[in-house]
Each structure stands twice: as structure tokens, then as C-alpha cells.
Design a protein. Structure first.
Length: 179
């Protein structure tokens, strides 16, 4: 076998094996047996750093912050407002509830109430309360309901023609012949 035909990987592997054998032979011969600690030298010991003086109290007395409570940062008008855990303060419920639908049949009576622009409630006459609202009486254009603000009679909210989308134009009205 010729030496110039041996590949690079083989030479690398042979080098690693050679070093491993050399370290094993030196370990068996006693390499590293006489390692000892040096005696302590007081000249090499460094002094510990001193701690800086503690900083003064950063927050200060609690009385300094009374102005924050008087003008809350996250209120739009920067005035304190009452906080309600239920999410409903009760005072605005009577002014925002509207009767938007009435369904009357021989054996089924239901009303649709709109509490705010995103919340609609359907209550049935003689049924359980829904979101704190219960239907007590129902006529074709009015309903008597009991809610968080007490009992009140609501008139049916009727579309007045203002706002909303215009009706879809009829094909015959546009001049097209019916198919």
C-alpha cells in the first residue's frame, strides 16, 4: 500500500489515535501524580470592596401622592368616578333600555329589548329573568318590564326613516322586464 493513496480522513484519524496513545502512556508513567497546592501567600490576597452607602428612600411619604387620586390618569376628564364590580351601575340602565320588538301569538308572548347598541335581550312573558330583565305585561306596542332600575313601561321603538340603508331597488322599477 502506498502512502500517497491514503485519504485525508485516515491521516486525521491516525493523528488523533496517536495523541490518545501518547496521553495514555504518560498517564501510566505517572504524569500528574505530583500536583500539589502552593502555600498561601498573603501578598496575593485582595481586599474586599466596600459597599456604597444606601440610597435614600425614593418614593417618599404616601401623603405626597394624594393628587394622583384626585386626578386619575386613565379617566378621560381626569376626575374620580365610582367603581362598580358588576359592570352595571344601575343608574344608566333605565335610560338606555328600549323596546325594539314585540311578538304576540295565542300561546307565546315575547319582547326584544335593546340595552345598548351592542346588546339585545329577548324576554318571554311569564319566563325567567334574562340579564336582570323580566317581562311583566305585553301589548301590541308597549311592554312593562322589571329590571335593575325598577318597573317601567316601554313604548315600541319604531324606525323613523332616518339613517340605515335604503331599500333594494325593484327590478321592475328600474325598467327591466321580469323574467
Amino acid at each position: 500500500m502506498r502512502l500517497d493513496m491514503i485519504g485525508l480522513r485516515t491521516w486525521l484519524l491516525a493523528t488523533v489515535v496517536g495523541w490518545a496513545l501518547l496521553v495514555c502512556v504518560l498517564a501510566v508513567a505517572g504524569l500528574g501524580k505530583r500536583v500539589e497546592l502552593l502555600p498561601d501567600d498573603p501578598a496575593l490576597v485582595q481586599r474586599l470592596p466596600t459597599l456604597p452607602a444606601p440610597a435614600p428612600e425614593r418614593l417618599g411619604a404616601f401623603e405626597k401622592y394624594s393628587e394622583i387620586a384626585a386626578h386619575p390618569a386613565f379617566a378621560e376628564d381626569r376626575l374620580p368616578h365610582p367603581f362598580f364590580l358588576s359592570g352595571n351601575d344601575g343608574g344608566t340602565a333605565a335610560s338606555t333600555v328600549r323596546l325594539t320588538g314585540v311578538l304576540l301569538t295565542d300561546n307565546f308572548k315575547m319582547a326584544t329589548l335593546t340595552l345598548d347598541p351592542q346588546d339585545s335581550v329577548r324576554v318571554q312573558l311569564g319566563g325567567e329573568a334574562v340579564k336582570g330583565w323580566r317581562l311583566l305585561a305585553l301589548q301590541p306596542r308597549s311592554a312593562t318590564v322589571e329590571g335593575p332600575s325598577g318597573t317601567q313601561t316601554l313604548e315600541l321603538h319604531v324606525f323613523n326613516g332616518q339613517g340605515g340603508q335604503p331599500p333594494t331597488a325593484n327590478a321592475a322599477a328600474r325598467g327591466a322586464a321580469p323574467a
